[in-house]
Write a new protein. Sequence first.
Length: 387
Amino acid sequence: MNTTATSPIVMPSPRPTTEEAPKLVPPPAGLQPFAARAGESPGTWIDYAAHPAYRPLVQSASLKARLASLLVFGKYFGVILCKRLVSYELIPGHLRKPASVSGWLRLLREAGGNALRKIVPRSHAPAATAGGRAVRETLNRDGVCVAQVDAPQFARIAAITQPLYDRLRQARGQRAEGGREFDESRSYALRTAHAELFAAVGDALERSGILDGVSAYIGRRAALIDVNPQINDPSDDFWRRIFADLPPAERPAAYMHRDASGGDIKAIFYLSDVSPENGPFAYAIGTQTVRSGRLRDWIEETNDQSACSGTGPANRGRFAALPAALRRKCSFGNDVLPATEIAQRVLGAEWTITAPRGSVVLFDTKGFHRGGMVRQGERLVLTCVLG
Ligand SMILES: O=C(O)CCC(=O)C(=O)O
């Protein structure tokens, strides 16, 4: 068994030089960084009993519907607890769906190791390099950090990924236009099949000091977990196709969300120039500091996992039938009403990151973000999970 091919890439000690330290792009002047207030979270901002899209459903939910919703919630809450116990999102893609006994053993070993690290956490030294320190400080302050990848390293990544984008474009082309869910914009490159890609991305992250900075930010040695090529174009309508049963209305924070994962860092490499029209990634700076406690996080993640946070009538019905304390979600942006205080605070902090090909955007996935909402043209990115 080749063990190096089955465990996450753990980078050797960082070895960037001062010249290689990434030049970080500051957020534009004029943004109002989000100042989190004690105890607040998406669940405290939206009163679903008074929200026009939910109020009638909250009022009409029968006892049977309430019990059914609670039952579904309980089931998915269990799933989330298990996922958090083994840090599921930190298990690399190629281990997640075992097809053999040895595959199951590798998965169990990985999951067990993650669970053990929760009980006996390993401490990690503060960032050792200038680039790493800059990355950590920027993530601490803004939750997001934009850098330029070294040109030869970027060229290597672009060349290796070209066939993956060709294949993804072909797969997307076979589907009727419209009605595309966000996940259909991505493919999942497994490390076992794409070792060269993982090596190139890992190298770029390591040599720039980014991985060093991420390690210092999360307080443990970060590894490259997943690498996902992604294409977005105007046929991706996941952000427009919301509340389809209701009359059109202004949704100023449509698709804004925090990830329903256990809290990892993502690195989005821009493989095409990204303008305001072709789906820039956007992040509300400072929102990584909105922390309302693990239980509330788990409740939000449960509702996203069970699809209860969707905006279709059935999803809203299930969500509305939950007890008020459980009516909170990670993908809360669709529900933000215009001209509310929270709309103004989130949108006032939102950095829409237009940048040339060769840029990389790092962000704390528990901060509020959105992207891939293309009006014109096409956007190619490589979304990587670090943790
Ligand atoms: O594609 C984008 O720019 C947004 C991605 C995103 O929201 C995510 O990965 O959680």
